[in-house]
Design a protein. Structure first.
Length: 436
């Protein structure tokens, strides 16, 4: 990697420049909340591999479970032979699924699970349309990119995209400068209008939404909006599919992001990222009656539900329960939010400091202008400058949002009070260096 963060490789082949590197760090080893670079520096990791290393880097129990499983069987192809870790993971995941959601299908990545959910929704309903909510991120494969409206960079040049997708506005109170109540009423009206003007309710297979916006801006989705979608999908015989890939597994201070909305029971839950502390495994879960409407053999994959990843998943869920990490997410997240709000008070370039659990965002610029245009580019430059200044403070963060105006902070669920204090100090210093 050269000084500009470009991947230049070491011998006759190099990594593709299509990978955009957020930091120049090359990892030597990592532990808990820390990444130790080959440059000899110790970085506090508030990126967790984009919300993946839930139990921290290389949690001893996760490492032991994976090592043990490696010695037993690594690849037990699940449509050929079944293996114990997958049965155990399904059992453990079942403890956290809402009543009635009792059937699980495994894949490798968030995008693949999203594809599986689209297939399920269309086959189970015999309908074609999937409605997604603006600013949602669902992945980079064709179906997932077609559902993604968190920024044109995710779909530009990739078209034509999948047909049978329509997008409905997000209740974007901050950007629209409305109260949350007004924004929800506005967005639900627009959803009804979409069903009157483009997507006939009889052709609506599913509404697919993140219960907390991830890449689209680290924004909470108002519970009244989720309830409004639940009521409408039920009324029209469509499924409500929640993409919990980033918000699930304790990230927001509840096990699932949608648990912030009282009594909300979705039809399908998509999960990945934090479920196995970094091993690639993802899942969709739905009532068996719905899952059974997909032809046997139409869902599958060579690597899906890998045995080592599943064993790491069992260990991850065990650690989350035993160490009270959902509670830790809530408490440490609250401390971090308070610390950031205090330390960054009065900085006029910041328009919002928000967070639920350990999913926090600091937005720069004017929220009304962050929809695009030159002012949004200024806000994005500020956010990137802060993210880069954090690296100088040995703190790793990421940016997000449709125009890149938000710095997102994603500590592991094991983060300690001391690490929260250290991270807050480093972040505040980085911001002050940029804006003063
Ligand atoms: N859905 C959400 C909500 C995500 O945050 C992501 C990844 N950022 C995905 C889907 C896609 O997951 P993957 O990168 O594992 O394909």
């Amino acid at each position: 990697i050269d000084s500009g963060g470009t991947l230049i490789g070491m011998s006759s082949a190099a990594l593709s420049p299509a990978l955009k590197q957020a930091t120049p760090v090359v990892v030597d080893y990592a532990s808990g909340s820390w990444i130790h670079g080959t440059d000899g520096r110790d970085y506090l990791d508030f990126t967790t591999g984009i919300g993946v290393t839930s139990t921290g880097h290389c949690h001893p129990e996760v490492v032991a479970a994976a090592q043990e499983q490696c010695a037993k069987i690594i690849h037990a192809q699940y449509t050929t032979v079944m293996h114990q870790p997958l049965l155990a993971l399904t059992d453990k995941l079942g403890d956290h699924l809402p009543a009635g959601i009792d059937s699980v299908f495994y894949a490798n990545s968030g995008s693949e699970a999203v594809e599986a959910a689209v297939r399920l929704a269309r086959m189970a309903t015999g309908r074609q349309y999937i409605v997604t909510v603006q600013r949602g991120f669902h992945g980079r494969t064709v179906a997932a990119a077609s559902l993604t409206t968190a920024g044109t960079k995710f779909s530009a040049g990739f078209g034509p995209l999948m047909a049978g997708v329509a997008t409905t506005p997000f209740p974007d109170a901050l950007r629209l400068q409305m109260s949350e109540e007004e924004a929800v009423a506005h967005a639900l009206k627009e959803f009804d209008y979409l069903l009157a003007t483009r997507v006939h309710p009889d052709e609506l297979a599913a509404v697919l939404i993140e219960p907390f916006l991830g890449d689209g801006g680290y924004l909470a989705v108002p519970p009244a909006y989720l309830q409004g979608l639940r009521e409408r999908t039920r009324r029209h015989g469509a499924l409500l599919v929640l993409d919990e890939v980033q918000a699930g597994i304790g990230r927001t201070g509840e096990f699932w992001g949608h648990q912030h909305t009282a009594d909300l029971v979705p039809d399908v839950i998509i999960t990945a990222k934090g479920i196995a502390s970094g091993f690639p495994i993802s899942a969709i879960a739905a009532p068996e009656e719905i899952m059974a409407r997909v032809w046997p053999g139409s869902q599958g994959g060579t690597y899906g539900g890998n045995a080592v990843a599943a064993a790491a998943g069992v260990a991850t869920l065990g650690v989350i329960e035993r160490e009270g990490l959902v509670e830790n997410s809530r408490v440490r997240g609250g401390e971090l939010l308070d610390g950031l709000r205090t330390g960054l008070a009065g900085i006029e370039q910041i328009c919002d400091i928000r967070g639920t659990g350990l999913m926090l965002g600091v937005e720069f610029g004017d929220p009304a202008a962050n929809a695009g245009g030159p002012e949004a580019a200024d806000a994005a430059r500020l956010a990137t400058a802060v993210q880069q200044a954090c690296i100088d403070e040995d703190l790793l963060t990421l940016t997000c949002g449709p125009t890149g105006s938000i710095v997102r902070i994603i500590p592991p669920l094991v983060v300690t009070a001391e690490e929260v204090a250290t991270g807050t100090d480093r972040f505040v210093r980085a911001v002050r260096r940029v804006v003063e």
